[in-house]
Design a protein around this ligand. Structure first.
Ligand code: ADP
Ligand code: MG
Length: 682
């Protein structure tokens, strides 16, 4: 039998005394295994170079003789700086070293030294992170750099890792079953870990990294997938007995045929509703991909089986619009749809709640007014939330507990890159509508500068004369909402002047809800031809006659947001246009705007956005909850992540995983965190 997996404490490593132990502990290194798993975050090249040929800002190693008496300065508390001049190659340079006062003694003029650090070409100055008196005894091109803190140096850590490999060669054992190592042609764990610390070459480092990234993802996914498995086996959810014939009838009378993607996701949702576990599904699809109809079908399936449904939207305008669309879609059927927003008060509200509790309302649509304490359902079977990432986790949960474990479907029009979807929503099932209904024309997108606004006005006028309508979106600019509103007011005023004979409306966040709704109604009825607004039109509004989306200072919006806004047009049969106005000069802004003009693929845009902004910023500050990986990068390594996810899903389902010895090491973290054999729940 293999000995139990307890790694020797770090203090048992030769040359590591009590004070080093303390510092290492602070870095999270308690055992020898922890040290092996303390990976470098980059590699330095110690090849000695002539600074004359080095670019500004690079990491550089130079060698040469000291030319001046070192100057030591103390500043702040226990902070110091040594400055010395040295001849490196044919250049006389300044070398600065921080917090190493002892260098003052060893750097006398004429001494040979080697220094590594960041090169400031303009000042001919090297900020040394490493200093060796004498000639350097190593010239590695890929020396590991670890994150360290006071009391520990990179060099010392390097020595310790080297020593650990000598002293404890058998501490690194294989965690993956042979079959997986072979399937992906991964290096053995021991090889990989040695290589990640002391690479022998770029290719073998790449292989080592590949192996460790896979392992990191696999461990993460094993957790997610076992949670998911446990939920699916819990049998606590409603098992709705769906009348398939009724659902088919409903689908058959729609004014259009479902796209293949719509049909697929409807299938996935209905299967969840029928299953004994509670549905926990994310439905994502680009703007205009037809999520509303899918939601309606799911709601109809629940209602025709005797349950109630709820649909929660982030804004009143959107809630109203959903209620209207559902009422239209359900018109031929005896399905009651009611709307509950903050605008519904007093008696009207009282009555509505009574009807709801009595089961006379089949579908309740609304804003977060739906989650108030006095809202009771008779038998809530399905909860749908639109634009799910706008609601906090708690709000979603509150709605959910209004039923007895109803199915929950989250809809979002922000296409979430696959890589993020499977991590952020790792314990959710994801359905994707990846196809737009046919016959739709691509929206032509142009990027213009402010000095072209004369031609833009002419273009707007032409569209309006043809009977079409336009949106003009002004960004949030200042910290103060007042200023933003003022900006929209100014744009509105200038358009009123420029477009005589047409009605130009103005909408912004400072208006009361009923004022907003009134303006929106006028726009829908084409009593207003141009709607100037701050970003309130962002979600959901459906006005097929609008063909022009003009976005001012477009560089101030995220790519996904621009794409969302663009999705407001192109909803009818007319050719539509999106005009981005921007004088942006920065390269990334220009690249983003150019990408907007080149692609209408929301997934492509959001993936790009993710690469640009990083996962943390993708959803904005609050939503993150993103896992942190040591080596793995969710964006770049997403194929590996997808593979790990599939493998993990397969593993947790198989009884062998929970029993066999080859899985012991993979199983351990799960058991440690209290996850037990989910296969045993059968
Ligand atoms: P989303 O909510 O995904 O942005 P919607 O559900 O609002 O999209 O659909 C956009 C428009 O496309 C609506 O007018 C809808 O009636 C229409 N639509 C939906 N599905 C189809 C389809 N399969 N064929 C044709 N039109 C469709
Ligand atoms: Mg929609």
């Amino acid at each position: 039998m293999i000995a139990p997996q307890t790694s020797p404490p770090i203090g048992s490593l030769k040359g590591v005394g009590p004070s080093a132990v303390r510092t290492l502990n602070e870095l999270g290194i308690r055992t020898v295994a922890d040290l092996f798993n303390y990976f470098p975050y980059r590699y330095d090249n110690y090849e000695i170079k002539d600074p004359q040929f080095a670019e500004n800002g690079v990491s550089l190693t130079v060698s040469g003789r000291v030319q001046s008496e070192p100057v030591l300065t103390f500043y702040a508390k226990r902070r110091s700086r040594v400055v010395v001049r040295m001849m490196a190659g044919r250049s006389l340079i300044t070398v600065v070293a921080f917090n190493r006062p002892y260098l003052k003694k060893s750097l006398s003029p004429g001494k040979e030294v080697t220094a590594t650090g960041k090169w400031d070409r303009n000042r001919a100055e090297l900020t040394a992170t490493e200093f060796h008196v004498g000639r350097q005894d190593f010239t590695e091109t890929m020396a590991p750099v670890y994150s360290v803190k006071d009391g520990m140096t990179v060099q010392r850590l390097r020595t310790m890792v080297r020593r650990a490999f000598e002293q404890f060669p058998d501490q690194i054992t294989e965690t993956l079953p042979r079959s997986f190592v072979e399937k992906y042609r991964l290096p053995e764990r021991k090889t990989a870990i040695h290589e990640i610390h002391f690479p022998t070459g770029p290719e073998s480092l790449k292989q080592a990294r590949r192996r460790l990234v896979y392992e990191e993802f696999l461990n993460y996914e094993l957790k997610m997938q076992s949670h998911r498995q446990i939920r699916q086996k819990s049998e606590k959810g409603l098992s709705i007995h769906i009348h398939m014939q009724k659902v088919h009838q409903f689908v058959a009378q729609l004014p259009f045929a479902l796209t293949q993607a719509q049909r697929r996701v409807v299938g996935e949702i209905l299967e969840d509703l029928q299953a004994p576990y509670p549905m926990n599904r994310l439905l994502q699809g680009d703007v205009g991909s037809g999520k509303t109809v899918v939601a309606a079908i799911a709601l109809y399936a629940a209602v025709s089986a005797g349950y109630q449904g709820a649909l929660m939207a982030p804004t009143e305008i959107l809630a109203e619009q959903h209620a209207n669309s559902l009422q239209k879609l359900f018109h031929p059927f005896s399905v009651t749809v009611a709307l509950l927003t903050g605008n519904v008060h007093g008696k009207e509200r009282q009555l509505l709640l009574q009807e709801l509790a009595a089961g006379h309302v089949d579908i309740l649509v609304g804003t977060h007014a739906l989650i108030q304490d006095d809202v009771h359902f008779a038998g809530l079977g399905l909860v749908i939330t639109d634009e799910q990432h706008r609601f906090g986790v708690n709000q979603r949960k509150k709605l959910r507990i209004k039923g007895k474990e109803p199915g929950v479907l989250y809809m979002t029009a922000t296409p979430i890159p696959r890589t993020l979807a499977i991590t952020v929503f790792g314990d959710m099932d994801v359905s994707t509508i990846d196809e737009l209904p046919g016959g739709r024309k691509t929206i032509r997108t142009y990027w213009i500068r402010h000095d072209m606004s004369g031609r833009l006005i002419a273009f707007i006028r032409k569209q309006l004369k043809e009977g079409r309508q336009a949106y003009v979106v002004c960004p949030l600019i200042a910290e103060s909402e007042q200023l933003d509103v003022q900006n929209a007011i100014d744009v509105h005023a200038s358009l009123v002047r420029a477009l005589p004979g047409f009605q130009v409306g103005l909408m912004h966040g400072k208006l009361a809800p009923d004022e907003k709704a009134a303006i929106m109604d006028e726009f829908k009825a084409n009593k207003i031809q141009v709607l100037v607004s701050t970003t309130v039109v962002e979600v959901g509004v459906d006005v097929p006659n609008a063909t022009l989306m003009i976005i001012d200072d477009a560089e101030r919006f995220g790519l996904s947001q621009l794409h969302q806004l663009r999705g407001r047009v192109g909803r009818g049969s007319y050719q539509s246009y999106c005009i981005l106005i921007s004088d942006a000069r920065s390269e990334t802004s220009q690249e983003r705007l150019r990408l907007m003009t080149e692609t209408s693929d929301g997934f492509k845009l959001s993936t790009f956005d993710l690469k640009l902004r990083g996962p943390g910023d993708f959803f904005g500050r609050k939503q993150s909850g993103l896992p942190e990986f040591k080596l793995a990068d969710m964006v770049h390594d997403y194929k590996t992540l997808a593979a790990a996810r599939d493998d993990a899903a397969g593993m947790v389902k198989s009884p062998a995983f929970w029993k066999d010895d080859v899985y012991r090491q993979l199983r351990r973290p799960l058991i440690d965190s209290g996850i037990t054999d989910s296969a045993n729940l059968d």
